[in-house]
Design a binder for this molecule. Structure first.
Ligand code: NAD
Length: 292
Protein backbone atom coordinates (compact mmCIF):
# COMPACT_ATOMS: atom_id res chain seq x y z
CA UNK A 1 0.00 0.00 0.00
CA UNK A 2 2.94 2.32 -0.31
CA UNK A 3 5.68 2.07 -2.86
CA UNK A 4 4.75 0.48 -6.15
CA UNK A 5 7.16 -2.18 -7.19
CA UNK A 6 8.04 -4.11 -10.29
CA UNK A 7 10.48 -6.32 -8.47
CA UNK A 8 10.01 -10.08 -8.49
CA UNK A 9 7.71 -11.53 -5.86
CA UNK A 10 8.60 -12.45 -2.35
CA UNK A 11 9.24 -16.13 -1.78
CA UNK A 12 8.13 -18.50 0.92
CA UNK A 13 11.62 -18.29 2.38
CA UNK A 14 11.29 -14.53 2.79
CA UNK A 15 8.00 -14.68 4.69
CA UNK A 16 7.92 -13.47 8.26
CA UNK A 17 6.35 -16.09 10.52
CA UNK A 18 2.86 -14.56 10.59
CA UNK A 19 0.86 -17.22 8.82
CA UNK A 20 1.42 -20.46 10.63
CA UNK A 21 -2.00 -21.99 10.04
CA UNK A 22 -2.51 -21.83 6.29
CA UNK A 23 -4.40 -24.59 4.54
CA UNK A 24 -2.12 -26.95 2.66
CA UNK A 25 -2.77 -27.20 -1.06
CA UNK A 26 -0.47 -29.93 -2.21
CA UNK A 27 -2.76 -31.02 -5.02
CA UNK A 28 -4.58 -28.53 -7.26
CA UNK A 29 -7.71 -30.10 -8.82
CA UNK A 30 -7.32 -30.42 -12.60
CA UNK A 31 -10.17 -28.02 -13.38
CA UNK A 32 -8.56 -26.43 -16.45
CA UNK A 33 -7.21 -29.37 -18.40
CA UNK A 34 -6.61 -28.55 -22.07
CA UNK A 35 -7.22 -24.82 -21.69
CA UNK A 36 -4.92 -21.88 -22.33
CA UNK A 37 -4.69 -19.03 -19.84
CA UNK A 38 -3.10 -15.64 -20.34
CA UNK A 39 -2.13 -13.90 -17.10
CA UNK A 40 -0.91 -10.29 -17.11
CA UNK A 41 1.64 -9.02 -14.64
CA UNK A 42 2.52 -12.66 -14.09
CA UNK A 43 6.12 -12.37 -12.92
CA UNK A 44 5.34 -11.07 -9.45
CA UNK A 45 3.00 -11.45 -6.50
CA UNK A 46 -0.57 -12.43 -7.27
CA UNK A 47 -0.09 -12.81 -11.04
CA UNK A 48 2.78 -15.22 -10.53
CA UNK A 49 0.77 -17.38 -8.15
CA UNK A 50 -2.23 -17.35 -10.52
CA UNK A 51 -0.08 -18.35 -13.51
CA UNK A 52 1.48 -21.28 -11.66
CA UNK A 53 -1.86 -22.39 -10.18
CA UNK A 54 -3.49 -22.35 -13.63
CA UNK A 55 -0.71 -24.67 -14.85
CA UNK A 56 -1.14 -26.94 -11.84
CA UNK A 57 -4.85 -27.05 -12.72
CA UNK A 58 -3.96 -28.27 -16.22
CA UNK A 59 -3.73 -25.13 -18.38
CA UNK A 60 -0.96 -23.95 -20.66
CA UNK A 61 -0.07 -20.42 -19.66
CA UNK A 62 0.96 -17.22 -21.40
CA UNK A 63 3.04 -15.27 -18.90
CA UNK A 64 2.84 -11.54 -19.51
CA UNK A 65 5.46 -9.32 -17.93
CA UNK A 66 6.68 -5.79 -18.52
CA UNK A 67 9.89 -5.59 -16.49
CA UNK A 68 12.48 -7.99 -15.10
CA UNK A 69 12.28 -11.62 -16.10
CA UNK A 70 9.55 -14.22 -16.37
CA UNK A 71 11.99 -17.14 -16.37
CA UNK A 72 11.23 -18.49 -12.85
CA UNK A 73 7.48 -18.51 -13.58
CA UNK A 74 8.01 -20.23 -16.93
CA UNK A 75 10.18 -22.82 -15.18
CA UNK A 76 7.51 -23.46 -12.52
CA UNK A 77 4.82 -23.90 -15.18
CA UNK A 78 6.98 -26.35 -17.10
CA UNK A 79 7.73 -28.17 -13.87
CA UNK A 80 3.96 -28.59 -13.49
CA UNK A 81 4.00 -30.34 -16.88
CA UNK A 82 2.41 -27.54 -18.91
CA UNK A 83 3.63 -25.30 -21.70
CA UNK A 84 4.53 -21.67 -20.99
CA UNK A 85 5.10 -18.69 -23.23
CA UNK A 86 6.56 -15.48 -21.81
CA UNK A 87 5.40 -12.34 -23.62
CA UNK A 88 6.76 -8.92 -22.75
CA UNK A 89 4.09 -6.25 -23.17
CA UNK A 90 2.87 -3.09 -21.48
CA UNK A 91 -0.86 -3.65 -20.95
CA UNK A 92 -1.59 0.06 -21.19
CA UNK A 93 -0.34 0.14 -24.81
CA UNK A 94 -2.96 -0.96 -27.34
CA UNK A 95 -0.56 -2.20 -30.00
CA UNK A 96 1.36 -4.27 -27.45
CA UNK A 97 -1.79 -5.93 -26.10
CA UNK A 98 -3.03 -6.71 -29.62
CA UNK A 99 0.37 -8.20 -30.49
CA UNK A 100 0.52 -10.19 -27.23
CA UNK A 101 -2.84 -11.89 -27.77
CA UNK A 102 -1.96 -12.57 -31.41
CA UNK A 103 1.34 -14.16 -30.33
CA UNK A 104 -0.46 -16.29 -27.75
CA UNK A 105 -3.01 -17.51 -30.32
CA UNK A 106 -0.24 -18.25 -32.80
CA UNK A 107 1.71 -20.27 -30.23
CA UNK A 108 -1.15 -22.19 -28.58
CA UNK A 109 -3.97 -22.04 -31.16
CA UNK A 110 -6.31 -20.01 -28.93
CA UNK A 111 -6.78 -18.70 -25.42
CA UNK A 112 -9.62 -19.73 -23.11
CA UNK A 113 -8.92 -17.62 -20.02
CA UNK A 114 -7.79 -14.02 -19.63
CA UNK A 115 -6.66 -12.98 -16.17
CA UNK A 116 -6.24 -9.20 -16.32
CA UNK A 117 -4.11 -8.82 -13.24
CA UNK A 118 -1.40 -6.24 -13.93
CA UNK A 119 -1.67 -3.24 -11.68
CA UNK A 120 0.27 -0.65 -9.77
CA UNK A 121 -0.02 2.23 -7.34
CA UNK A 122 1.19 5.82 -7.53
CA UNK A 123 0.03 7.20 -4.20
CA UNK A 124 -0.33 10.86 -3.25
CA UNK A 125 -2.75 13.13 -1.41
CA UNK A 126 -5.29 14.58 -3.83
CA UNK A 127 -3.83 18.08 -3.81
CA UNK A 128 -0.35 16.73 -4.57
CA UNK A 129 -1.32 14.10 -7.13
CA UNK A 130 -0.01 14.87 -10.59
CA UNK A 131 -1.95 14.20 -13.76
CA UNK A 132 0.84 11.82 -14.73
CA UNK A 133 0.23 9.78 -11.53
CA UNK A 134 -3.50 9.74 -12.20
CA UNK A 135 -3.08 8.76 -15.86
CA UNK A 136 -0.47 6.08 -15.13
CA UNK A 137 -2.71 4.22 -12.68
CA UNK A 138 -5.86 4.55 -14.78
CA UNK A 139 -3.86 3.60 -17.88
CA UNK A 140 -2.46 0.36 -16.45
CA UNK A 141 -5.18 -0.71 -14.00
CA UNK A 142 -8.31 0.20 -15.97
CA UNK A 143 -7.45 0.83 -19.63
CA UNK A 144 -5.04 -2.11 -19.52
CA UNK A 145 -7.82 -4.43 -18.34
CA UNK A 146 -10.18 -3.04 -21.00
CA UNK A 147 -7.64 -3.74 -23.75
CA UNK A 148 -6.90 -7.25 -22.49
CA UNK A 149 -10.59 -8.09 -22.09
CA UNK A 150 -11.41 -6.73 -25.55
CA UNK A 151 -8.70 -8.69 -27.33
CA UNK A 152 -9.55 -11.87 -25.42
CA UNK A 153 -13.26 -11.48 -26.20
CA UNK A 154 -12.53 -11.18 -29.92
CA UNK A 155 -10.67 -14.49 -29.81
CA UNK A 156 -13.35 -16.18 -27.66
CA UNK A 157 -16.10 -15.10 -30.09
CA UNK A 158 -14.05 -16.12 -33.14
CA UNK A 159 -13.44 -19.60 -31.75
CA UNK A 160 -16.72 -20.30 -29.93
CA UNK A 161 -17.31 -23.08 -27.44
CA UNK A 162 -15.08 -26.15 -27.45
CA UNK A 163 -17.10 -28.47 -25.28
CA UNK A 164 -14.19 -30.84 -24.83
CA UNK A 165 -12.38 -28.24 -22.70
CA UNK A 166 -15.12 -25.96 -21.33
CA UNK A 167 -18.84 -25.28 -21.68
CA UNK A 168 -18.02 -21.56 -21.96
CA UNK A 169 -16.40 -19.91 -24.95
CA UNK A 170 -14.11 -17.94 -22.67
CA UNK A 171 -13.58 -16.58 -19.21
CA UNK A 172 -12.36 -13.14 -18.18
CA UNK A 173 -11.09 -12.65 -14.64
CA UNK A 174 -10.34 -9.05 -13.68
CA UNK A 175 -8.07 -8.38 -10.69
CA UNK A 176 -9.92 -5.71 -8.79
CA UNK A 177 -9.52 -4.92 -5.08
CA UNK A 178 -11.51 -4.33 -1.93
CA UNK A 179 -11.01 -0.72 -3.02
CA UNK A 180 -13.65 -1.13 -5.69
CA UNK A 181 -16.04 -0.59 -2.73
CA UNK A 182 -13.87 0.78 0.11
CA UNK A 183 -12.85 4.40 -0.48
CA UNK A 184 -9.12 5.00 0.04
CA UNK A 185 -7.85 8.43 1.03
CA UNK A 186 -4.48 9.20 -0.48
CA UNK A 187 -5.08 6.71 -3.29
CA UNK A 188 -7.80 8.36 -5.37
CA UNK A 189 -6.28 7.15 -8.65
CA UNK A 190 -6.05 3.55 -7.46
CA UNK A 191 -9.52 3.42 -5.88
CA UNK A 192 -11.02 5.03 -8.99
CA UNK A 193 -9.34 2.46 -11.22
CA UNK A 194 -10.74 -0.39 -9.14
CA UNK A 195 -14.22 1.14 -8.95
CA UNK A 196 -14.03 1.44 -12.72
CA UNK A 197 -13.04 -2.20 -13.07
CA UNK A 198 -16.18 -3.23 -11.21
CA UNK A 199 -18.52 -1.49 -13.64
CA UNK A 200 -16.43 -2.44 -16.68
CA UNK A 201 -16.52 -6.09 -15.63
CA UNK A 202 -20.29 -6.06 -15.00
CA UNK A 203 -20.95 -4.38 -18.36
CA UNK A 204 -18.73 -6.92 -20.09
CA UNK A 205 -20.51 -9.75 -18.34
CA UNK A 206 -23.86 -8.46 -19.56
CA UNK A 207 -22.66 -7.84 -23.11
CA UNK A 208 -20.68 -11.03 -23.60
CA UNK A 209 -22.96 -13.56 -21.90
CA UNK A 210 -24.92 -14.36 -25.11
CA UNK A 211 -21.59 -15.51 -26.55
CA UNK A 212 -21.17 -17.84 -23.54
CA UNK A 213 -18.32 -15.71 -22.25
CA UNK A 214 -18.20 -15.08 -18.51
CA UNK A 215 -16.60 -12.06 -16.89
CA UNK A 216 -15.95 -11.81 -13.17
CA UNK A 217 -13.52 -10.08 -10.84
CA UNK A 218 -11.59 -10.95 -7.74
CA UNK A 219 -11.38 -8.35 -4.98
CA UNK A 220 -8.27 -9.15 -2.95
CA UNK A 221 -7.91 -7.68 0.53
CA UNK A 222 -4.41 -7.36 1.96
CA UNK A 223 -2.25 -9.89 0.18
CA UNK A 224 1.44 -10.32 0.92
CA UNK A 225 3.14 -9.09 -2.28
CA UNK A 226 5.73 -6.47 -3.24
CA UNK A 227 2.97 -3.90 -3.93
CA UNK A 228 2.34 -3.41 -0.18
CA UNK A 229 5.53 -4.53 1.57
CA UNK A 230 5.42 -1.65 4.05
CA UNK A 231 2.03 -2.84 5.31
CA UNK A 232 3.31 -6.24 6.48
CA UNK A 233 7.08 -6.41 6.69
CA UNK A 234 7.44 -5.45 10.37
CA UNK A 235 5.46 -6.90 13.29
CA UNK A 236 4.21 -3.39 14.11
CA UNK A 237 2.90 -2.76 10.60
CA UNK A 238 1.40 -6.22 10.51
CA UNK A 239 -0.44 -5.74 13.82
CA UNK A 240 -1.90 -2.46 12.53
CA UNK A 241 -2.99 -4.14 9.32
CA UNK A 242 -4.73 -6.90 11.26
CA UNK A 243 -7.14 -4.36 12.75
CA UNK A 244 -8.65 -4.27 9.25
CA UNK A 245 -8.84 -8.05 8.80
CA UNK A 246 -11.41 -9.91 10.90
CA UNK A 247 -9.85 -13.28 10.00
CA UNK A 248 -6.56 -12.04 11.55
CA UNK A 249 -4.13 -13.20 8.93
CA UNK A 250 -2.70 -11.59 5.85
CA UNK A 251 -3.72 -13.11 2.54
CA UNK A 252 -1.19 -15.01 0.49
CA UNK A 253 -1.02 -14.94 -3.33
CA UNK A 254 -2.15 -18.58 -3.25
CA UNK A 255 -5.46 -17.51 -1.70
CA UNK A 256 -6.13 -15.41 -4.81
CA UNK A 257 -4.82 -18.07 -7.18
CA UNK A 258 -7.29 -20.61 -5.76
CA UNK A 259 -10.18 -18.22 -6.44
CA UNK A 260 -8.92 -17.49 -9.96
CA UNK A 261 -8.76 -21.19 -10.86
CA UNK A 262 -12.29 -21.68 -9.55
CA UNK A 263 -13.75 -18.67 -11.40
CA UNK A 264 -12.05 -19.74 -14.65
CA UNK A 265 -13.36 -23.29 -14.37
CA UNK A 266 -16.69 -24.83 -15.31
CA UNK A 267 -17.32 -25.23 -11.55
CA UNK A 268 -18.20 -21.51 -11.75
CA UNK A 269 -20.20 -21.74 -14.97
CA UNK A 270 -23.27 -19.95 -13.57
CA UNK A 271 -21.21 -17.20 -11.97
CA UNK A 272 -21.16 -14.12 -14.17
CA UNK A 273 -20.70 -10.44 -13.39
CA UNK A 274 -19.62 -10.69 -9.76
CA UNK A 275 -16.64 -9.64 -7.70
CA UNK A 276 -15.49 -12.42 -5.44
CA UNK A 277 -13.89 -10.72 -2.45
CA UNK A 278 -11.00 -12.74 -1.06
CA UNK A 279 -10.17 -10.59 1.91
CA UNK A 280 -10.55 -12.39 5.26
CA UNK A 281 -13.61 -10.22 5.89
CA UNK A 282 -12.05 -6.81 5.20
CA UNK A 283 -15.24 -5.72 3.44
CA UNK A 284 -17.29 -6.60 6.57
CA UNK A 285 -16.68 -3.17 8.17
CA UNK A 286 -14.39 -4.49 10.96
CA UNK A 287 -14.67 -1.15 12.77
CA UNK A 288 -18.21 -2.22 13.73
CA UNK A 289 -17.12 -5.60 15.15
CA UNK A 290 -17.66 -4.32 18.71
CA UNK A 291 -20.91 -2.53 17.95
CA UNK A 292 -19.44 0.62 16.36
P1 NAD B 1 2.97 -6.74 -7.72
O1 NAD B 1 3.60 -5.41 -7.75
O2 NAD B 1 3.68 -7.86 -7.05
O3 NAD B 1 2.60 -7.23 -9.20
C1 NAD B 1 2.08 -6.36 -10.17
C2 NAD B 1 2.47 -6.89 -11.52
O4 NAD B 1 1.92 -6.03 -12.54
C3 NAD B 1 4.00 -6.91 -11.73
O5 NAD B 1 4.34 -8.09 -12.43
C4 NAD B 1 4.22 -5.70 -12.61
O6 NAD B 1 5.39 -5.78 -13.40
C5 NAD B 1 2.96 -5.75 -13.46
N1 NAD B 1 2.73 -4.52 -14.21
C6 NAD B 1 2.75 -3.24 -13.77
N2 NAD B 1 2.53 -2.40 -14.78
C7 NAD B 1 2.36 -3.16 -15.89
C8 NAD B 1 2.12 -2.88 -17.25
N3 NAD B 1 2.01 -1.60 -17.68
N4 NAD B 1 2.02 -3.91 -18.12
C9 NAD B 1 2.14 -5.18 -17.71
N5 NAD B 1 2.39 -5.51 -16.43
C10 NAD B 1 2.49 -4.51 -15.53
O7 NAD B 1 1.55 -6.52 -7.04
P2 NAD B 1 0.36 -7.55 -6.73
O8 NAD B 1 -0.04 -7.32 -5.34
O9 NAD B 1 0.68 -8.93 -7.17
O10 NAD B 1 -0.80 -6.92 -7.65
C11 NAD B 1 -1.47 -7.65 -8.66
C12 NAD B 1 -2.87 -7.10 -8.80
O11 NAD B 1 -3.59 -7.34 -7.58
C13 NAD B 1 -2.94 -5.59 -9.06
O12 NAD B 1 -3.97 -5.32 -9.99
C14 NAD B 1 -3.30 -5.03 -7.68
O13 NAD B 1 -3.98 -3.80 -7.77
C15 NAD B 1 -4.20 -6.15 -7.17
N6 NAD B 1 -4.39 -6.13 -5.72
C16 NAD B 1 -3.35 -6.43 -4.88
C17 NAD B 1 -3.58 -6.41 -3.50
C18 NAD B 1 -2.52 -6.75 -2.50
O14 NAD B 1 -2.76 -6.61 -1.29
N7 NAD B 1 -1.34 -7.19 -2.90
C19 NAD B 1 -4.85 -6.08 -3.00
C20 NAD B 1 -5.86 -5.77 -3.89
C21 NAD B 1 -5.62 -5.80 -5.26
Amino acid sequence: MTTPSDTPSDTAAARPPFNTDLPAFDRMPKLLTGQVALVTGANSGIGQAVAIAMAQAGADVVVNYVAGTADPVVAAIEQAGRRALAVKADVSEEDQVVAMVAEAVKAFGTIDIMVANAGLQRDAPLTAMTLAEWNKVIGVNLTGQFLCAREAAKEFIRRGVRREVSVAAGKIVCMSSVHEVIPWAGHVNYASSKGGIQMMMKSLAQELAPHRIRANAIGPGAIRTPINTAAWETPEAYAKLMALVPYRRIGEPQDIANAAVFLASDMADYINGITLFVDGGMTCYPGFATGG
